[in-house]
Structure formats: C-alpha cells, structure tokens
Design a protein around this ligand. Structure first.
Ligand code: HEM
Length: 489
C-alpha cells in the first residue's frame, strides 16, 4: 500500500509556511463566514430577529468573504504544487496575502461601519445610489478594499506566468500544446502547470476587467457626472465575477490531481490528449460563457445570450469529465488508503460534478426567465463551492497536517466527514427546493410557505459548521508543527 504522507522535498520551509498562512487565513475566515450564513438562514426562518439593513450587510460580507477565501485557498493549493516545478516568488506570495488582509480590513470597515450593503457584485451604479442606506465613504472603502485584493491576485498570476514561461518557454507549452496538437512525446507538463496556466490566462483577463470597473465606480462615487454605460459595466462585473469564482475551483482541483494518486498508488493520466484538450477548451469557454449570468437583461444582444446558453452546456464539461472520469478510474479497484483527506477529495469531485447540473439547468434561457432570482441559484453555487471547492481545500489542509505535523485521524474526524457531507447535501437541497417553489433570492424576509425550507436549512447549516469546526480545530492544532517541521533530505 502506498504512503500518501511523503513530504515534498522540493518545498522548503519558507514556501511551506506561506502556503500554511494562506490556508490558515482561509480556514479561519471560512468558519466566521459560515456563521454569518447561518445567521441569515435563521433570520429568513424567523428563528432570529435580524434588522433588514443588517441582513443585507451580512449578505454582502458573507458573499465577499467567501469568494475571497475561496480564491485564497485555491491560490494556496496551486502555489504549493506549482512551486515544485517552477521558481515562484516567495515575496509576491506574501505580498498577495498582505494586500488581501489590508483589503479585508477596508471591506469590513466599509460594511460594518460605513453601512455598505450592495452585495459583493457591487452592481454599477448601485454603490452611488444608497437611498440613505450607506455612506459614500463606506461604498468607497468596500470598493477600494476589493481593488487591493484584486491587485494582489493579479500580481500572483503575473508571477506564475513569469515562472511558467521561464521554465517551459511559453504559455502554449504550459498548456501542453506541442503534445496536444503535434506528436505526443509523453512529456506534457504536469497537471499543476497545465491548470495554473489556464487559470492565469483567464484570471488576468477577469481581474483587469474587474479592476477597471471598480476604479470607474470609485470615480463615479465622488464625481457623479462621470458615467459609465450600465450594461457595459454589468458585463465587466459579471465577466470578472464568473471567471474569478470559477478559477478558485480550477486552482483547488490541482489537489485532487496531485494527492489522490498518492492515496491510490496510481499516477494521474495527465499526459494524454484528452486531458490537455479539455484544459485548452475550458480556457476559451470559461472566458465566453459569462453572459449566462445576465440572461434576464433584455438589452443584451441576442447572440450573446444564445452563446451563454450553449457554452454553459459545454464550458465546464471537458475538465469536469476528464476529472470525474480520471478520479473514478484512479480510485476504482485501487487499494486506496481512506482517511479524512482522501475522503474529502473524492467527495469534492462528486460535489463539483453534481453541483454543475442545477447550474446548467439555470443557464437554459427559458428556465432562467423564471428561476434566476430564486434560491435555485445559491442552491447550485453552494453545491459546487461547499461540497466541491471547499471540500478540496479542507482535504488539502487535512493532508498537510498529516504529512508535516504527523496528525492522525480519530473517530471524531470520521464522524465529522459524514456530518459535513450529509449536512452539506441537506443545506444545498433546501436552497434548491425553495427555488423550485419560487423562494426569492437575496430577500431578508420570506413568505410563510418558504419558512420551513429556511428552518431546515438552518439545522443542516449547524451540522456543516460543527463539522468544519472539527476540521479546523485539527488543522490549527497541527499548524505550528507543520510550519516548523524539517525539510526532508
Ligand atoms: C454553512 C455554510 C453556509 C451557509 C449557512 C451559507 C448561507 C448563505 C445564505 C443564507 C445566503 C443568502 C442566500 C439568499 O437568500 O440569497 C448565502 C449567499 C452566498 N453564499 Fe453562502 N453559505 C454557506 C457557505 C458558503 C460557501 C462555502 C461559499 C463559497 C465558498 C458561499 C458563498 C456565498 C455567496 C457568493 C453568496 C451570494 C451572496 C449574494 O447573493 O450577494 N457560501 N449563503
């Protein structure tokens, strides 16, 4: 049986420490944001009295915080594995974390003190039209915080681009194009390099678009005569938002590619044309699929909406298929060593694949017309984020402390895994069922017929949070040892 806890000699202690700092920050914020999510669900379920203005502030903080830590955790995973093949800059990695934390302080100030409650999507020109609900400086602080976080990620991806080009010669080679389009000599880059190349291409475009519209919104806040075409602004925002949140999964999936084989003792078949073709196809499609977020905008050119629907059916699929198929063949009849980390990684592949299905349903124009502003939407994205992306991050964190701090699983960990998986399924199920019954999205108060969904979801959320607290407690207990463990010879 293979030993999955072999430390990586290509990762020095300072490199390991920055990754641990990313994961620790993400983990701590994750639990806090989950508690905020529970507060919202309890309030919708009439089990807790939250004033509406606070509900929307909490919604804004929860959405922004979760998207931010998903990015941070994904970046931590990508950095850990990519660093084993290319020379990434430690300084840039710390600078990204510094900018992230500074941005977070400004975002919290803008929301908690400045009162900003216009959601993480900061839809132009909403920040400048608070109708007395928030201050101009509050909106500005939020937007500026977002800008700092974005600049940090931009630096990180520029650094991965520099390092990949330095080692492989070009981004096309990072994606394995010589092997994909020519003779496959079996020397395609490893999955971490292929995925990181895809992510840097899409995320640099997305972040530049996001930063541009954030700056324009900031100017508009103080100089209202400076106006932007609202539809263009919406396109820029949703292009950025879609790409950024998708990229979190494409970074986190690297943990599945590189860790699952250590548990099964079988290599991940990444040098084949199907794997390389899938990543190249998704690179293009992730960029052009975003109109499925704005299918309800009648002013959008029709061809863009049609493209949004068609590409939604194909966008995630190539990578999803090679990953799900790869995971199944990797695990099937293998002597996989089950522990909390491998179980979470397998769960994450299921969570991602299954969560995509309600997303594709919503991307169908005729369905979207009635479902888009219902809780069907948080239903599908909580599915592949909570049970997909976050499960990948939790699995990686569990593996880190086992490998570098000697943590071992206990019965509590095994129970916590099932509580997380079943509680998570119940939680997203309530969003989806409520959405099917017309429960509106982003409403502080619900009609009586929707309240049972909210109450049941609150109970499931308590289970998810309890399980996550166990995972975090185990991670933080091993953190110091993991940070100081010697580098293997
Ligand atoms: C125990 C875990 C969680 C709970 C209880 C929770 C709860 C909620 C609730 C109640 C909403 C508002 C839904 C609505 O009425 O529109 C929401 C929105 C949201 N959640 Fe979560 N959530 C959890 C985990 C997560 C995770 C893991 C992520 C991402 C990694 C996430 C990202 C978001 C985002 C992006 C929104 C949308 C905010 C908006 O509409 O502006 N949540 N969540």
């Amino acid at each position: 049986m293979s030993n999955p806890y072999q430390p990586d000699s290509a990762i020095g202690r300072p490199e390991r420490q920055v990754v641990l700092a990313y994961m620790a920050t993400a983990g701590a914020v994750l639990v806090l944001m989950m508690l905020l999510g529970l507060i919202m669900r309890l309030s919708q379920g009439e089990l807790l009295g939250v004033p509406p203005q606070w509900f929307y502030r909490i919604l804004t903080l929860h959405g922004t915080g979760m998207v931010g830590i998903a990015g941070l955790a994904g970046a931590g995973i990508m950095w850990y594995f990519l660093r084993q093949y290319v020379e990434l800059s430690l300084g840039v990695a710390w600078a990204n974390l510094g900018l992230f934390l500074t941005g977070v302080v400004l975002i919290i100030l803008g929301i908690a003190v400045g009162g900003y409650a216009g959601a993480w999507t900061f839809l132009y020109p909403l920040p400048a039209h608070p109708m007395g609900m928030w201050s101009t400086w509050g909106a500005a602080s939020f937007l500026f915080g977002l800008l700092l976080v974005g600049v940090g990620f931009l630096l990180l991806h520029l650094d991965t681009a520099r390092a990949i080009i330095g080692r492989y010669g070009s981004l096309g080679k990072g994606l394995g194009w010589p092997q994909l389009f020519g003779h496959n000599d079996g020397n395609a880059p490893p999955p971490a390099v292929v995925a990181s190349t895809m992510v840097l291409i899409v995320n640099i475009l997305g972040l530049v678009s996001g930063a541009a519209i954030v700056v324009m919104s900031l100017v508009n806040l103080y100089f209202p005569a400076f106006e932007v075409d609202a539809l263009l602004a919406k396109n820029m925002i949703y292009f950025f938002g879609h790409v950024f949140i998708n990229a979190t999964i494409y970074m986190a999936i690297i943990a599945v590619y590189h860790l699952l084989p250590r548990y099964t003792g079988r290599p991940w078949p990444s040098s084949n044309k199907a794997f390389l073709g899938a990543w190249t196809a998704s690179t293009l499609m992730v960029i052009i699929v975003y109109p499925h977020h704005i299918l309800m905008d009648f002013a959008m050119p029709e061809w863009m909406n049609v493209m949004g629907q068609i590409i939604s059916y194909t966008s995630g699929l190539p990578v999803l298929v090679v990953t799900a198929y790869g995971a199944i063949t990797n695990v099937h009849r293998s002597e996989i060593r089950w522990d909390l980390a491998s179980a979470l990684l397998v769960l994450s592949t299921f969570g991602w694949a299954a969560g995509i299905i309600p997303a594709m349903v919503d991307a169908t124009i005729v369905v979207n017309q009635v479902m888009h502003n219902t809780t069907w939407v948080p239903g599908h994205f909580h599915f592949y984020l909570l049970l997909g992306m976050i499960a990948m991050a939790l699995g990686f964190m569990s593996w880190l402390v086992k490998t570098y701090a000697g943590n071992t699983d206990t019965a509590t960990d095994r129970v916590a895994f099932w509580v997380y998986a079943l509680g998570g399924l119940g939680f997203v199920g309530m969003f989806l069922m409520g959405g099917r019954d017309g429960e509106p999205r982003r409403y502080a108060q619900h009609l009586a017929e929707w309240v049972p969904y909210d109450q049941a979801a609150s109970a499931f959320a308590v289970l998810v949070i309890a399980a996550t607290a166990v995972f975090m407690w185990r991670f933080f207990a091993g953190l110091r040892r993991a940070a100081t463990a010697p580098v293997p010879a």
